[in-house]
Design a protein around this ligand. Sequence first.
Ligand code: NDP
Length: 340
Amino acid sequence: MSRPINRQILLASRPTGEPSVDNFRLVESAVPELAAGQVLVRHHFLSLDPYMRGRMNEGKSYAQPQPLDAVMIGGTVGEVVESRNEHFAVGDRVVGMGGWQEYQLVDAHQRGVLQKVDTRHVPLSAYLGAVGMPGVTAWYGLVKIIDPKPGQTVVVSAASGAVGGAVGQLAKARGARAVGIAGGPDKCRYVVEELGFDACIDYKQHGDVKSLSGALKAACPDGIDGHFENVGGPILDAVMLRANAFSRIAMCGMISGYNGEPIPLAAPQLILVNRMKVEGFIVSEHMELWPEALKELGGLVATGQLKYRESVAEGLAAAPEAFLGLLKGRNFGKQLVRLA
Ligand code: NDP
């Protein structure tokens, strides 16, 4: 019997500075016959995430680098199309780390490599976004680090994105005031009108820290009690100037420096002066909290109380370009690639 053809994208070379499509290579091969215990998953969506940029580098960060000539790492959702594992049946919808490829052959007896998901109330793709890793990231930083009290003000950068959009809505659900920072009028309008933030500042309208911090002063008349940082650089400097005593910063991402750009902190003395808590975190190191977070996120999405938006690139070959776009803010909401 002829086997399905699997198309895959490999890391062909490591970038210096900005990555390009030449760093990736598309290959194809037939899917092997399944061995006992294996499951074949046909991917429906691939998640593109900023962390992938770090994995393309040689040096070790908090995770090992992605090996050259191997399938690019990535979260995936899909459907079981063949199974030789008693725990998975053809037709099951699953989420896993299948990588940049159309099919994944999985040794499904390994605990946790593949999770069945319920798509009756939550769309399959949401398990890569609001009810997946980005959603849990928002939840962890907001609930466990910022811990906003009703009436307090929470600011989040990259506010229209997969993580940022959830941060503000979770803050609002806890009675806090939510202020976003995002690039461009369309993203800012969406953050306020669709996601329900109290305000959103277009950082592209503010060329320096002074101007941005002036805009923050107007949007946050009582100062900033909690900040969820996704970007770094001048955005963080501007927020620090408006931070209240005993404010908390969840250091989630520093995307403005992912291509190696220097992102100095202008006034670290404010951490002392304002007795601030600044805490970095990696969501995959808090697996014990995922069930609690996913329960809340899944419930909010199923009932329409947590909104999100997706940018969907069509077909595996479009993944490298879409990934480069994500690093430049060309995505609007969760960046996905449709694979089936
Ligand atoms: P997003 O959907 O937010 O997409 C990235 C966004 O970053 C872009 O749309 C763009 O938005 C913004 N951006 C890119 N470059 C710049 C820049 N130079 N200056 C300002 N903004 C920029 O991605 P995610 O929601 O998936 O991720 C958000 C952040 O969370 C990232 O920093 C990521 O690394 C981090 N993260 C951290 C995790 C952890 O465990 N610590 C886990 C998951 C994500 P705009 O157009 O508004 O500028």
